[in-house]
Design a protein around this ligand. Structure first.
Ligand code: AKB
Length: 321
């Protein structure tokens, strides 16, 4: 259950796909002035006008530290990262941002005693992982730079909890789908772009093949999972690496068929690129029973409900512009 108590929250990477929606939701729950949004880039008008915003590089630790101290920060959401496709193009900067950013914040959390959220991903799994109903504890042999950084990050999170008592919490996000902001540089991004293309042009060329089934989650579920985990009593959080969470699973072919229920003349083509390889190494569905047992996680959106909601919102935005 989400409660409105006095918190001082810092979101790092507030302009991204998760950040921009999470900031809005956190401000609704905890009050606008209690949620400080930061990003290396200029914010959207919603983020800027909705409450405090500071332009900040996560790797500038003295500045991050000062902001945390000055504002007596009790929770930090560290969302700044390079996703799978971009990370393969920029190996060293991906490692630097994804890893040094986390280590720096874990150190600050150790010193300043704030609660830290850090996102992991289904990319920690690899080709030798069971593909269906992938268990919480299983083979993790990632083959992407992004997945390697997420797996190392998970181990660091558990290490800082075990050795220094840092209250760090994490979720292995599946592909995230939302209508408010576009994702950038990921492999699961097709599941967002397809809606915009279907509504605008009635056609889409998918960079993943028709049968490429992946675990996905609608943004309202992702926000609820994230905030519920951060709100959970520390004694119930048994996993300090990162929790499996499931939403839905579908392939481009199944998503296209669902979109056709709203746009009957929508057509999809397939032209798989390098991202197919990353998708092929990831699970098809996720067993999230540990998250359910520990903090009551249960997704609300399936493919049908998500598609209807995405369609209605994007269509509405297009008509009203
Ligand atoms: C990506 O595609 O890189 C991300 C992820 C699965 O973490 N959405």
């Amino acid at each position: 259950m989400i409660s409105a108590k006095q918190e001082s929250i810092l979101v790092i990477g507030a302009n991204g796909q998760i950040g921009s929606e999470l900031v809005e939701e956190l401000r609704r729950i905890y009050g606008s002035s209690n949620v400080i949004a930061t990003d290396i880039k200029e914010p959207s008008t919603e983020v800027k006008n909705g409450g405090p915003f500071f332009q900040l590089d996560v790797l500038d630790f003295p500045k991050v530290h000062e902001l945390i101290r000055k504002n007596n920060v009790s929770q930090v959401y560290l969302l700044a990262a390079l996703l799978s496709a971009t990370a393969e193009q920029k190996i060293k900067s991906a490692w630097k941002l994804n890893m040094e950013g986390l280590l720096g914040l874990l150190e600050l959390a150790r010193e300043e005693k704030f609660k830290l959220f850090w996102p992991s991903s289904i990319a920690v799994f690899g080709s030798n992982t069971p593909k269906k109903q992938t268990p919480q504890f299983t083979i993790t042999e990632p083959s992407t730079v992004y997945g390697i950084s997420k797996l190392a990050g998970e181990r660091w999170c558990e290490y800082y909890f075990t050795h220094f008592g840092v209250d760090v919490r994490s979720i292995r996000y599946p592909g995230l789908i939302g209508y408010k902001t576009d994702p950038g540089g990921g492999t699961t991004d097709y599941a967002v772009t397809i809606f915009h293309e279907a509504i605008r042009n009635k056609k889409y060329t998918s960079f993943l093949s028709e049968k490429s089934t992946l675990p996905m989650m609608y943004m309202p579920d992702a926000l609820r999972a994230t905030i519920s985990l951060m709100e959970a009593d520390a004694s119930t959080v048994s996993v300090r690496s990162s929790y499996n969470v499931a939403g839905m699973s579908f392939s481009p072919e199944e998503l296209a068929a669902e979109i056709c229920k709203h746009i009957p003349d929508f057509r999809i083509n397939y032209s798989p690129d390098i991202r197919q390889k990353y998708a092929d190494s990831w699970p098809q569905s996720i067993d999230d029973s540990v998250a359910f047992k520990d903090w009551g996680w249960k997704a609300e959106y399936d493919l049908c409900r998500m598609t209807e909601d995405m369609y209605n919102h994007i269509q509405h935005a297009l008509v009203s512009h």
